[in-house]
Design a protein around this ligand. Structure first.
Ligand code: C2E
Ligand code: CA
Ligand code: CA
Length: 537
């Protein structure tokens, strides 16, 4: 028996469901990360704009003071003081000459000082240079942004923007989405967290979004509450979506791996790998003992399960439609055997058709295409079992009529096995009636079965049908059938289903008169006696 594993079916289904859920959760997480990045990016731009407004305003004020550079401090001191007081953000403004700060907006004229410029001013494209400083003249330990607008290599205007404005701006930008924000120039940063300058590498560690503008870099990190909020937003969508997808895929996988689907794939694979073989059971003419034909019966040589009997797979192949393809491949095997020309001419080959074959004309076309003119010499008989209900009687009638028109006779197989036998006789025009083996009397005193069999034989005679008795196992049964003038019989008494190579000598040996043997081996009537059986399956 071909083994289907329930454990594997459940395991693979579980695996598919788990992997699907994990993938959907990963997608959900990526969505959260993406949304978080978009929010942080927007916040960084907002922060940059706020800081730029301060720096631009200061730069503009300093540009206005460049006219006074090089002039005597006492002359411009008043104007410089007014500029430093009226312009927002400034702690002080200085005129610079020969690299020295010589005049300030906060000191009196007679106290003009001579201070060196803050080191490491970061140059800007406009020529303006800037740097964070921890202290400014007169104000100790209070960070400021030094902005220098040069007028020549050594001269220019220097302004100190109070760090408080920048820190305030960083604070005002920060909201519940953000853990911290920072502004960096060179190696120093001001952050929303502390009023003092910090090393940039320490202050901006873990930054999740960074934007560099001409003068400075803004950076920030998202808050845990932002991530929590996004997870709360997306989790219901992704979890319900994931659950639906996982359940659907789980159902599909489970069905795909079900016993029926498993068998379907095994059968399809078997057809592709030519694992199906045809065996032939001789059909004997009871009155003469001649072998007038054979019934083709399929066997599956499965590479693992070994020899599989048709009852185990024919109903499945019928259920899923593969029977059409299977019969097609058997027809090719039969054609290859019969075309060797070794059988006596006129030898009948019976094939078994299923209910599916009667739904449309495919089988008629298949027979014509594959078996073709061989039918003139070795006529086919189509056996149609009444075990399965024949659904569409009009289509079925049409298929049978088409077959008969092409010289292919029809047989009602397994007569009596189901309760619709009589109905089929009424609706369809069969040439042969095959009495199921369960209606053959097993012993001399099996009166009930004998009565039923007698009635079936009477019925067939009245309907003008030729009778074939199936499953004849004893000489007693053969004798009874001969007494009742039954025409044909098949069964283990005569021969089991055998390979084509064994069928040929059997058929020749039992050809008798009427069938022309190719080699003319036997022209005499062979009496029916239990045979020495060839190797059979
Ligand atoms: P069936 O058409 O009634 O075929 C006769 C079955 O009875 C065969 O079984 C045969 O081996 C068995 N048989 C023959 N003589 C005797 C006997 O004296 N005693 C007993 N007890 N049995 C005997 P098999 O080959 O196993 O086939 C079983 C069924 O599978 C067939 O019943 C037929 O319905 C189906 N089948 C076989 N081959 C094909 C095929 O190629 N296509 C289709 N559609 N069905 C097939
Ligand atoms: Ca049959
Ligand atoms: Ca049968």
């Amino acid at each position: 028996m071909i083994q289907h594993s329930r454990v594997a079916q459940w395991l693979v289904t579980g695996l598919v469901v788990t992997v699907t859920l994990l993938v959907v959760l990963l997608l959900g997480w990526l969505r959260v990360v993406g949304a978080s990045q978009a929010i942080l990016q927007e916040e960084t731009e907002r922060q940059r704009d706020a800081l730029e407004r301060i720096v631009d305003s200061a730069d503009t004020a300093l540009q206005g003071a460049t006219a006074w550079v090089g002039r005597n401090c006492s002359e411009v001191n008043g104007a410089l003081q007014a500029e430093g007081t009226l312009s927002p953000y400034f702690r002080s403004i200085w005129l610079v000459s020969h690299g020295k700060m010589y005049c300030s907006s906060v000191a009196r004229t007679d106290q003009a000082i001579d201070m060196p410029l803050p080191n490491e001013l970061v140059p800007l494209l406009t020529g303006t240079r800037a740097i964070f400083v921890a202290s400014t003249p007169y104000v100790r330990d209070a960070p400021a942004l030094a902005i220098f607008v040069p007028t020549s290599a050594t001269d220019g205007v220097l302004g100190f923007v109070d760090g408080v404005y920048l820190t305030e701006s960083l604070h005002s930008v920060k909201n519940s989405n953000l853990e911290w924000t920072a502004m960096t120039i060179g190696k120093l940063s001001l952050t929303s967290e502390a009023p003092t300058l910090e090393s940039a590498s320490v202050a901006t560690r873990g930054a999740q979004s960074t934007l560099t503008s001409e003068l400075f870099t803004t950076s920030l990190a998202g808050s845990p509450s932002l991530t929590r909020r996004l997870i709360a937003n997306y989790a219901p969508i992704f979890l319900s979506f994931g659950a639906v997808i996982a359940v659907l895929l789980g159902i599909l996988t489970f069905r795909h791996l079900s016993p029926a689907q498993f068998m379907r794939r095994q059968i399809a694979l078997g057809i592709k790998r030519n694992e199906f073989k045809v065996y032939y059971q001789p059909v004997m003419e009871l009155a003469t003992g001649r072998c007038t034909g054979a019934e083709a019966l399929v066997r599956w040589h499965h590479p693992v399960a070994g020899l599989v009997r048709p009852d185990a797979f024919i109903p499945i192949a019928e259920g899923n439609g593969l029977i059409i393809e299977l019969t097609r491949s058997l027809l090719k095997l039969i054609r290859n055997d019969v075309a060797k020309g070794a059988l006596p001419q006129g030898f009948h080959i019976a094939i078994n058709l299923a209910e599916r074959h009667l739904r449309d004309n495919t089988i008629v076309q298949d027979i014509e295409r594959i078996y073709g003119s061989l039918n003139d010499t070795y006529p086919l008989i189509a056996e149609i079992t009444e075990r399965y209900v024949i659904r569409d009687s009009a289509a079925a009638r049409n298929v049978m009529a088409e077959l008969q028109r092409r010289g292919i006779e029809t047989a009602l197989d397994d007569f009596g096995a189901e309760n619709n036998s009589i109905g089929y006789l009424k609706r369809y025009d069969f040439n042969y009636l095959k009495i199921d083996k369960e209606f053959l009397p097993v012993t001399e005193d099996d009166v009930v079965t004998r009565n039923i069999c007698d009635s079936i034989i009477d019925l067939a005679e009245r309907m003008g049908m030729t009778i074939v008795a199936e499953g004849v196992e004893s000489e007693m049964q053969a004798k009874y059938l001969r007494q009742r003038n039954v025409t044909y019989a098949q069964g283990y008494l005569f021969a089991r289903p055998i390979s084509f190579d064994e069928l040929v000598p059997f058929a020749i040996a039992h050809a008798g008169a009427g069938l022309t043997t190719v080699k003319q081996v036997s022209a005499t009537v062979t009496p029916i006696t239990p045979l020495t059986q060839p190797k059979a399956v």
